[in-house]
Design a protein around this ligand. Structure first.
Ligand code: ARG
Length: 575
């Protein structure tokens, strides 16, 4: 209830000034009520007791009397146990909600545009995408959509792992596979097979080392082979992206290889700042405050003894590029929690070296693991690696069976479409509905259920509203100019949920957590369900009520489809 809170702050300010109570003594105490029966917003007055030498209740009553007339159009006031409670008036709510109803942006204001780079998905060439990349892709995509919606200039970068010493052996292995049948290359075993040969076949290892040298010196033949291997993997990544319906495509590729030319410069710049030290033959930086288990300074390795550069060096080059070329204001890294130390160290070195200053926000947006039903990290089933594609296909198939049962009259074509939205939505939502820092368990029955905090539940609420309009003679667009009049408690609860949309978006952004939006949408759908159960829409006794309720329905549907859309999830009109 941010809007209500703002209005109360305004009116209270005058009263508090008269009482000579400074802003910092009361404003941060004002917050959402935990008990909605008492009010929406509350001000605990207990700390004022000492100042005024009165009981908290007496002070609350005094403030209430002084502010009552100012708030008469906005909220009802009551005092309980030293709490000054404010409850939005239906008339105020009606006005707010009607304004929102006529706004095509649903009350979400544009922000001053910042240039924000989001580093997400970022799988590795010659390997299959795993579930960790699914999380990064889904969370990064939702963050991109939300930030775009707020008016920011979002640059999605897919920092694929496409460079480094293993590429010698990978290219050699690729040559051998290609000579057989390229279509049969299995990315789930490719990397392992290459490593096995590298470790066990001398002559292969020698060729691999020679190949790295050729790759680094940009030998045209080798670069061509490297490119084929990259392209081969990209076919796989892109097919997953298309199935997932995420914003990423080839124009977002910004793999490790593109920073390769910058790596010697990174070393030079670090040297010129006297940050580089030689340690066991390698060039390293010791960022202040980092120690290992033995209490020794922890190095960030920049260049290994054999001249090879490290993952961290590439990330430093990447920062230089994002700051100096892209001129970004913020860079977000949606990468698993296991890389937290890497990013903290890299950011610190980048600041120490002057690659970025405090004005630029660099944020690691970590996330937890996806667990299987066995309580272990989800990676394999019956000893076989689970591929993302299989997972997505299975979800769509399962959704199709459910829809066939629930709605047998739907045409095959339509069912296929709807099942894609539900199956893919279920997987994405299962991820986004959980605080990203937590691990979650992958559970088909739960994520595809029509009850509970799931995509199908939200999608169903949306489809149900669409069906109301199919039955009514009133077109949805005409409700945009209707006046919404909040009368009973069900309408009131739903409308209070509705006006929270914009706040949920801002919350998602400030926490880099689309989860906040998911939680909001789930509450909205729950409030809609109680409203719909208790407030007849089409059989209303009078036209004014019917139009108001239809507008509430349409507004709910618009928020559900926009909100789900911001999570990268489609909302079918029929289910
Ligand atoms: N390719 C890396 C991995 O699979 C993730 C890259 C994340 N982005 C970055 N700028 N380091 O673990």
């Amino acid at each position: 209830m941010r809007e209500l809170c703002n209005e109360i702050v305004q009116k209270l300010s005058i009263v508090m000034e008269d009482l000579e109570l400074e802003e910092n003594k009361w404003q941060n105490l004002l917050g959402n009520s935990t008990d909605k029966k008492h009010g929406d917003i509350t001000l605990p007055c207990h700390t004022f007791s000492k100042i005024f030498r009165k009981s908290p209740n007496d002070i609350a009553i005094q403030i209430a009397e002084n502010v009552n007339s100012e708030l008469s159009d906005i909220a009802e006031i009551n005092v309980i146990n030293g709490f000054l409670n404010f409850k939005a008036k239906n008339s105020w709510l009606s006005k707010q909600i009607s304004t929102m109803n006529s706004d095509s942006r649903l009350g979400v204001e544009l922000e001053n545009a910042k240039t924000i780079v989001i580093d997400y998905s970022s799988p590795n060439i010659a390997k299959r995408m795993h579930v960790g990349h699914l999380r990064s892709t889904v969370i990064g995509d939702a963050l991109s959509r939300i930030l775009l919606f707020k008016g920011h200039n979002v640059i999605g970068e897919n920092h694929i792992g496409d460079w480094g010493t293993p590429f010698g052996m990978l290219i050699e292995h690729f040559i051998e596979c290609e000579s057989k049948n390229i279509g049969e290359i299995d990315l789930s075993t490719f990397y392992k097979d290459a490593r096995y040969k590298f470790e066990n076949i001398d002559d292969f290892a020698i060729r691999s080392r020679e190949r790295v040298v050729k790759l680094q010196s940009k030998d045209p033949e080798t670069i061509k082979l490297w490119q084929s291997l990259v392209d081969y993997s990209l076919i796989h990544f892109n097919s997953v992206y298309r199935m997932l319906n995420v914003l990423l495509d080839d124009k977002n590729l910004a793999g490790e290889s593109i920073y390769e030319n910058l790596l010697p410069e990174v070393v030079e710049r670090l040297k010129s700042k006297n940050l580089i030290v030689e340690s066991d033959g390698a060039l390293v930086v010791f960022p202040e405050g980092w120690i290992n288990r033995e209490n020794e300074p922890l190095p960030l390795i920049i260049q290994k003894g054999d001249g090879g550069f490290n993952y961290a060096t590439t990330d430093l080059a990447c920062i230089i590029n994002r700051v100096e070329k892209i001129e970004c204001d913020e860079m977000l890294y949606v990468v698993g929690a296991e890389q937290s130390q890497h990013f903290s160290m890299v950011f610190q070195v980048a600041i120490d070296a002057g690659f970025m200053d405090e004005k630029i926000k660099a944020v690691h947006v970590p996330f937890g693991l996806v667990m299987g039903s066995d309580g272990k990290k989800l990676a394999s089933r019956e000893g076989r690696a689970i591929t993302l594609k299989e997972l997505l296909e299975e979800s769509v198939d399962r959704a199709e069976k459910i829809i066939l049962e629930k709605n047998p009259s739907m045409s095959d074509l339509e069912r296929r479409d709807v099942s894609k939205m539900i199956g893919i939505g279920a997987i994405k939502y299962a991820d986004l509905s959980i605080d990203r820092n937590k691990n979650y368990t992958f559970d088909w029955d739960k994520m595809l259920s029509f009850d509970g905090n799931t995509a199908p539940y939200l999608q169903y609420a949306h489809a149900r509203i669409c069906s109301i309009f199919r039955k009514s003679s009133i077109p949805r667009e005409s409700t945009l100019s209707s006046e919404i009049i909040v009368k009973n408690d069900f309408e009131m609860s739903l409308c209070k949920s509705i006006i929270g949309f914009s706040e949920s978006i801002d919350d998602s952004i400030s926490n880099y957590s689309p989860h906040r939006l998911a939680v909001y949408l789930h509450h909205l759908a729950q409030d809609f369900a109680s409203f719909y159960e208790n407030c007849p829409v089409l059989v209303s006794d009078n036209e004014e009520t019917m139009n108001s309720r239809l507008a509430i329905c349409n507004l709910t549907a618009r928020i559900l489809s926009t909100g789900l859309g911001l999570l990268g999830i489609e909302a079918p009109e029929k289910m």
